[in-house]
Design a protein around this ligand. Structure first.
Ligand SMILES: Cc1cc2nc3c(=O)[nH]c(=O)nc-3n(C[C@H](O)[C@H](O)[C@H](O)COP(=O)(O)O)c2cc1C
Length: 239
């Protein structure tokens, strides 16, 4: 964190949590104030103490509303999550393994991903989480199209190869057989089980990743067989 003289300072985790809670409380107070401003009759003839009490009640009302809307239990004490449990559970989530491929400016590129799911039947959509620092996300933003290729069981080495960062391993698709998909010419893996070519419908920041929502515009089955899973490959990318 930077202090008010522009110097970098260390802040502890508990200080960070206190900061987050203070900001959240302030936001809740702001919302509560707006909420009460919309009901002027509620403020007439109030003493300072009554006003303060009403504001706190408003904060509680807003908290309750937020809980109802989100249908989640907002913890009373922020930051007390069991980190080990979170990691253990997330690492037990079952995943498939895919190659995200893209082309832009005459360059073909691909990366391995497991954070991916179908997101709608009609129109057919998928969503994939892509690292903000990856070359892939920059290319997807430029190309507006990408493809998802489903690895076949036994293609662990290929998944590992495309899972390296392009800084360490540039031109990852070199030597891998591809063909252009019909809509935007996105390269798809000829040796994969199959693929879908997608148009980017939306992107949403998600912490260190970006969610890319893609509408499927073309699809192809290349081989019969079983898909490779993260568990079978023995890779870790979750937690
Ligand atoms: C098994 C495995 C699964 C991965 N899953 C994802 C993922 O879901 N999302 C992601 O952004 N990166 C994932 N990665 C990391 C990327 O494949 C890797 O960082 C990528 O090659 C870097 O992107 P770039 O080549 O576009 O720079 C995974 C890597 C491996 C080995």
């Amino acid at each position: 964190m930077i202090d008010n003289r522009g110097r970098e300072i260390e802040i502890s985790r508990s200080e960070r949590i206190i900061g987050v809670r203070a900001r959240l409380d302030q936001q809740l107070r702001d919302v509560a104030r707006i909420w009460r401003l919309r009901q002027p009759e509620a403020r007439e003839g109030e003493t300072e103490k009554q006003h303060h009490h009403a504001e706190q009640t408003g904060v509680e009302d807003v908290r309750t509303m937020a809980r109802c809307i989100a249908r989640v239990n907002i913890p009373a004490s922020w930051g007390d999550m069991d980190e080990a449990a979170k990691k253990a559970i997330l690492r037990h989530f079952p995943y498939g393994l895919y190659a995200v491929t893209v082309a832009h400016d005459g360059e073909d590129h691909g990366m391995t991903a497991n954070w991916l799911t179908q997101a709608a039947f009609e129109p057919p959509m998928i969503v994939v989480a892509v690292e903000n620092t990856s070359k892939t996300i920059a290319m997807i933003r430029d190309a507006h199209h990408f493809a998802i290729n489903l690895f076949l069981t036994g293609q662990r080495d290929l998944a590992g190869k495309l899972g390296r960062s392009s800084e360490q391993s540039p031109q990852k698709l070199k030597g891998i057989k591809t063909k252009p998909a019909p809509v935007a010419g996105t390269p798809v893996l000829v040796d994969a089980l199959g693929w879908v070519e997608c148009r980017v419908v939306a992107t949403l920041p998600a912490g260190d990743h970006t969610l890319v929502l893609g509408q499927i515009e073309a699809a192809g089955v290349e081989h019969e067989g079983e898909p490779l899973t993260l568990q079978e490959a023995g890779f870790k990318y979750s937690g």
